[in-house]
Design a protein around this ligand. Structure first.
Ligand SMILES: [Fe+2]
Length: 301
């Protein structure tokens, strides 16, 4: 059983208008011209490729990951997932018709990860056609790799690892030890090096960052230029991670949690992959992305 990557991401943000401006003019996402009809809570939807939407933003007092949805691919796979979830003993609920309409999918199930994140598995996402970035981003990397990745703070790392590996069938790509009892574990469900990373940093749950992958280094540079000109704090300078080889930078989004924009993410070949422990996170750059900064960003949430 394997998921086919992130299908969509829902974000809670205190100021939806500010986040919408950030999403379109800095990240380069497109306001969805045909959003799902049964959109609750005045969600704002954004396109990044041929899909009807990939990112939704909701007004909320506390910033964070409202939900993350994974594709299973087909009605047959969905049936197999229902059987599998039953066999794991995990609690899950079948989405109501209104839930499916709100996401623009045919069917979905809802689970809770041990950190409290709402995880959805779906099939039949809506495709409505062309993506035109308001700031000229030619494309975001998605397709068979799924859409981007999320890094979740996991106070109970053991329970979260069990959930993502045994229940959701993800594989450990590698991990970075960043201090006593502190680590980041990288999990994949497609050749993308990770769709989810679990950061064990302390007792607080939360969202550290959402990552968007663009096509090449110039698109990373243009994004850095837009972010700098708009006055957003660059929380980690341009750099290249040791493990997923992503060339990226991080910036603070208007909601407080960070956004990573990068390219060149490494693809994993299951047949030859060796799980490594990494000491330190980066080949070069990413100044600002320290264990202390991670802990501070967690404390601020
Ligand atoms: Fe990342």
């Amino acid at each position: 059983m394997n998921l086919l990557g992130i299908g969509y991401i829902g974000l809670d943000v205190p100021d939806p208008a500010a986040w919408a401006e950030f999403a379109t003019s800095v990240v380069g996402l497109m306001p969805a011209p045909n959003p799902p009809k049964a959109a609750p809570d005045e969600a704002r939807f954004f396109k990044a490729d041929e899909r009807q939407w990939r990112v939704a933003v909701y007004g909320a007092e506390h910033p964070g990951l409202r939900y993350v949805g994974f594709d299973v691919g087909s009605p047959e796979a969905f049936e197999r997932w229902l059987t599998h979830l039953d066999s794991t003993g995990v609690e899950f609920g079948h989405g109501a018709a209104a839930d499916c309409e709100a996401r623009g999918v045919r069917d979905l199930v809802v689970l809770r990860d041990p950190s409290g994140v709402r995880v959805e598995l779906c099939w039949g996402p809506t495709v409505d056609g062309g993506f035109v970035s308001p700031v000229g981003v030619p494309r975001f990397v998605s397709g068979e790799l799924g859409f981007g990745h999320v890094v979740i703070l996991a106070p109970d790392l053991e329970a979260s690892m069990d959930f993502y590996r045994r229940v959701l069938g993800m594989k450990l790509s590698d991990y970075v030890v960043i201090g006593p009892g502190m680590s980041v574990q990288f999990l994949r469900c497609t050749p993308r090096h990770h769709s989810v990373a679990l950061a064990a940093l302390g007792p607080a749950p939360g969202l550290h960052h959402v990552a968007f992958e663009v096509g090449d280094i110039d698109q990373v540079g243009f994004a850095l230029e837009r972010a700098t000109r708009a006055g957003h704090a660059i929380t980690a300078s341009l750099g290249r991670h040791k493990n997923d080889r992503m060339l990226s930078f991080y910036l603070r989004s208007p909601a407080g949690f960070e956004v990573e924009i990068g390219c060149d993410g490494r693809l994993v070949d299951d047949r030859t992959w060796v799980v490594n422990e990494f000491t330190g996170g980066d080949e070069w750059g990413h100044h600002g992305l320290t264990a202390e900064a991670l802990a501070r960003s967690v404390a601020a949430q």
